[in-house]
Design a protein around this ligand. Sequence first.
Ligand SMILES: [Zn+2]
Length: 340
Amino acid sequence: MYFIDTHAHIDMLKGLTPEEAVAKSENEGVKYIINVGSSLDSSKKSIEFARKFSNVFASVGVHPHYVSNFGKKEIKILQSLIQGYSGTVNENLTTPHASMRGILHPHGLGFLLRGRDQRLNSTGLTSHLSDGIQKVYHKQRQMPREKRLISSLLKQEALRRYLVSERYKKVVAVGETGFDFYRNLSPRIDMERAFVSHIELAIKYDIPVIIHDRDAHKQTLEVVRKYIDQKNFRAVVHCFSGDVNFAMQCLDLGLYISFTGVITFPNARDILKAVEKVPVERLFIETDAPFLAPQAKRGKENYPGYVRYVAEKIAEIKNLSVEEVADITSKNAERFFSIN
Ligand SMILES: [Zn+2]
């Protein structure tokens, strides 16, 4: 049994270092953590953690609180963050097959191992390379033209980035993005513009969207409805705070729903009705750490290790075992975010 915390901000923890948070969470049975960006800086931080810790993945985006200056420049930066690390972009190499040959070429291996990119050594890519190298090399001997092509490709930055991303798909989502009409820290028109840009980026790179919706159910659905027919569009409403009716509308549109420790609060009656009705196959669990510590830890700083309290509450409401909730929600998340 293991849990996946699909939404945390370990860069914002005060009581634990990221290293401590990741290690402690692992001890609590948390196999993966998705660290979610809320600004460009925290998106970069998320990627940094994702590269440092094999069990951390990143989402990149700008929270609706901070979108009053969101524009072309920000979109470009997000795009480059996704391109560099989601494994979805392969600018100069047309097929994965062609680039795999490039990766497995012994000269290429030497090039990479000479420490041009230290990151590769920690990703496990190098052992992956040695495994396949002999087999492919023998084939390559008979193809001098391709061999030349491959060695020229190996010198290109795009391939280097591709190598990192292909074995190391760590940007797994765009967000968090959406509307926050509770605090209204940015003009609503800017929230909508940024939300749309995030969705379009996610569709372009075929990764899901993490939606933040606070007191804006109607507007959230309005925007989402415009995209539901697009093949690559998939999204989760994180920290679900609506009622059964809103949950059903989200499910009808194909959205996933993610619950936090809020469901353990004594005043969570409406949300609990939603927990009851949403099929376990359509939900994820999350902490939103360092915020929203579950009732049992109220007043303390939340961290991904507390995600089990969310699973326990769902198990109680749905009359399932914690193991069942852990297994099903983990599978949901792995499929949705293409982890594993
Ligand atoms: Zn969050």
